[in-house]
Write a protein that binds this ligand. Structure first.
Ligand code: FE2
Length: 280
């Protein structure tokens, strides 16, 4: 059995300090085997914000695994943005922006979905390149069959069930098909500051490929988590997900900031639940 804490969108520079303190205590009290952080450590990629983010991960007692988000690239230092966008991330957080993690039960692969620029005015949207699809597939191929496979990105792979027009990461459909082909069970992300889970039905990815995975196969679930500590909230309180993996099955429970501490919101078994909002 493995315990995972999935947190996202910390946004140091715009955090509630009381929430940060409670979050560190709540995660450490859970004694997870792994903490997964799906990007946006900082608000503006400033040195001071990165220092705070580094201090935060330094207080986690479990090993942690992270990918960057769009806020982790400087918006003000254009030279750095274009020529060395991940310099500060690599210096303060981790040298690898697409890490892998493996233990006796879990196999976790990161995808860096943030982009230094885009052919549009808003550069906050994310993409997955063809090279990243291939590289991630090669990594997943190395995973032993019995391990529980998880992919982590910053931008969402599926929109919220209650807001289907929400923009998702570029090449999301192709990525989800590839994840399915390689037996991925959970696809974790953030960015929207909204928590929800969605079971990925093969037909929802591409109706022509219903043969890819038998209907009775273990489901792949998209796990989105709200912002863990930011004061920039979108109709949802700060929250994170606790994921318990046992016998090839995951149970996911949201921990939601109540104003005084983190408490359970809902308990969900993805094998039986189709769609829901993680925050009741
Ligand atoms: Fe983001």
């Amino acid at each position: 059995m493995k315990r995972i804490a999935h947190i996202s969108d910390l946004h140091f520079g715009r955090v509630d300090d009381a929430v940060v303190e409670a979050l560190v205590d709540d995660i450490n009290a859970y004694t997870p085997d792994l903490v997964i952080i799906s990007g946006d450590f900082t608000q503006r990629a400033k040195r001071r914000e990165y220092c705070d983010a580094k201090a935060f991960v330094g207080r986690l007692e479990a090993p942690w695994f992270a990918v960057p988000g769009n806020h982790d690239i400087s918006f003000h230092h254009l030279f750095q943005r274009f020529f060395d966008p991940w310099r500060r991330y690599r210096r303060y957080i981790h040298k690898e922006v697409e890490p892998t993690y493996e233990d006796d039960e879990l196999f976790v692969v990161g995808i860096n979905t943030a982009r230094r620029a885009a052919f549009e005015l808003d550069w906050s949207h994310g993409r997955i390149s063809g090279d990243q699809i291939e590289r991630t597939a090669r990594r997943l191929k190395r995973a032993p069959d019995h391990k529980f496979k998880i992919v982590v990105g910053h931008h969402p792979f599926l929109p919220p069930p209650y807001a289907p027009d929400t923009r998702v990461v570029g090449r999301a459909d192709e990525a989800l098909r590839m994840f399915e082909d390689h037996g991925v069970r959970l696809a974790l992300a953030g960015h929207l500051h909204r928590g929800y889970l969605r079971v990925v039905e093969p037909a929802a990815v591409d109706p022509r490929r219903t043969d890819v995975r038998p209907r009775d196969a273990a489901p792949m679930v998209v796990v989105q988590t709200a912002s863990a500590t930011s004061t920039r909230l979108r109709d949802e309180p700060n929250a994170y997900q606790r994921i318990c993996v046992e016998d090839g099955k995951a149970v996911i429970r949201a921990r939601v900031w109540s104003g005084a501490g983190f408490d359970h919101a809902v308990e969900v078994d993805p094998d039986t639940t189709q769609q829901f909002r993680a925050i009741a």
